[in-house]
Design a protein around this ligand. Structure first.
Ligand SMILES: [Zn+2]
Length: 453
């Protein structure tokens, strides 16, 4: 790795502090000095990057990105159309889009064939270029299923799930995943069952089972993360010892109290919903469905705002992997949710996407901040990002992306052609009734949105 100095930039350091002008010196893959100190220490022959008119900031960290799903339109596609090696190869292609979007770190919660463990190792070995990765393996689920309902087999792997049907299987599966290299254990704590009277998702585990997962994983120094929607599930997961909560929507005071008491980070991953709220019309979504999606965000305003104020880290996650949040386009977007709905300043939101989200890749204190001693995961972005977060949405604005001080290839990936049998064949959701065929007014198209994640 070559040493370098980034000059004339405007530094947003990722701690929430105001932007300031100055240089950043990178030596041996680490940030070693800032400002006048950096100018003085830099030796004359060093590589120089001129960041005039640019923001110099830590790379973004996306703590909820499924790199093996390949912008899927449905769970069925992920469960039935994919092959192991090919989906890992496709993920390596998509990983480059994340680099171009300024993402230098990501947490992949669960993957088909748990093959993102292999991509992570390939990136670490410098065989494939991509962001730093931390990942789970198969998501643990009980026999009753979860958000993919009857797509999930009673036994054995399906899609990105592994059902565990008793306590012995829980212990066995947690240990197996750790043996094969999972950084995290992912649990689908909530699901939907047919004919339930409960509104929203139900907790599908007992407290003892959740504790057993945590105890088994923690004994092997591995943290646990859970998909939790609803108050009961979030409270139970928090009490059981979960280290990271995904979604955390619809919390009540009892759940929030435990979260605040233990300062358990939450990655709400509401970009999916926000895209639907703002752009649903463009893909033919009905007003009714759009308001359901917006309610999922607005119902959480009070709890998320309070959690943030009380010092609970809110992490950014895009839920990329599904067709509503394609790779490369929306990784910055969760910050806009935090600003618009949870009352954060843009600098606070940037801190969530950098310093705080470093927890998701198990590198808190090592990356996510521009300060001496931190690893040089840095991006240069044209314009003042703290005044307009959407600048991060255009890869052309992102001129330099480095990890450990090594500059990444930001050229666009080659144009992609279709892969046979990869997408789920569909004749669309519109029912061709006689009214549609011959009627005067065009009814609004409805989108068949499964409860994906
Ligand atoms: Zn997800």
């Amino acid at each position: 790795m070559s040493d370098l100095i980034i000059e004339n930039g405007r530094i947003v350091d990722g701690t929430g502090a105001p932007a300031f002008e100055g240089s950043v010196l990178v030596e041996g893959g680490k940030i070693t000095a800032l400002g006048a100190d950096a100018d003085a220490k830099a030796n004359p022959g060093i590589k120089r990057i001129d960041a005039t008119g640019q923001t110099v900031m830590p790379g973004l960290i996306d703590t909820h990105c499924h790199l093996s799903f390949d912008d899927a339109g449905s769970n069925s596609e992920i469960f039935h159309q994919r092959r192991n090696a090919l989906s890992a190869l496709v993920a390596s292609y998509n990983a480059r889009k994340l680099l171009r979007a300024g993402v230098t770190g990501l947490l992949d919660p669960d993957s088909t064939f748990e093959n993102m463990i292999d991509l992570r190792d390939a990136i670490d070995a410098n065989i494939v270029e991509g962001p730093r990765m931390s990942c789970g393996a198969y998501a643990l689920i009980t026999g009753v299923g979860g958000t993919a309902g009857r797509l999930i087999a009673d036994e054995g792997v399906s899609g990105y799930y592994m059902p565990v049907n008793n306590k012995d299987e829980i212990v066995q599966e947690v240990r197996r995943q750790i043996k094969y290299g999972a950084d995290w254990i992912k649990v689908h704590v909530t699901g939907i069952i047919p004919r339930q009277s409960h509104k929203g998702e139900l907790c599908v585990w007992t407290m003892d089972e959740l504790k057993l997962i945590c105890d088994t994983a923690h004994d092997l120094e591995t943290p646990v993360m859970g998909h939790c929607r609803g108050a009961d599930a979030t409270r139970k997961a928090a009490l059981a010892g979960f280290d990271l909560i995904f979604h955390g929507t619809a919390m009540d005071d009892a759940a929030l109290d435990v979260i605040i008491d233990r300062k358990i980070p939450i990655a709400p991953a509401l970009t999916f919903q926000y895209n639907m709220v703002e752009f649903g019309k463009k893909i033919g979504t009905s007003d009714n469905l759009m308001s359901i999606f917006e309610r999922e965000i607005t119902d959480s305003i009070e709890t998320m705002t309070k959690a943030h104020k009380e010092g609970v880290p809110l992490l950014t996650g895009s839920e990329a992997g599904f067709s509503l949040v394609p790779y490369g386009d929306w990784h910055y977007r969760e910050m806009e949710v935090f600003v618009k709905y949870f009352g954060m300043s843009t600098l606070e939101a940037i801190q969530c996407a950098t310093q705080k989200s470093a927890f998701g890749i198990k590198m808190a204190g090592e990356v996510g901040v521009i300060a001496p001693g931190y690893r040089a995961d840095i991006i240069c972005v044209t314009g003042r990002v703290e005044e307009d977060l959407s600048l991060l949405g255009n890869p052309d604005n992102i001129t330099n992306v480095m990890i450990d001080g090594v500059e990444k290839d930001l050229s666009p990936p080659p144009k992609r052609n279709p892969i046979q049998g990869w997408r789920l064949a569909s004749i669309g959701d519109m029912r061709l009734t006689r009214e549609v065929a011959y009627g005067g007014e065009q009814p609004t198209a409805t989108l068949n949105i499964e409860e994906l994640h």
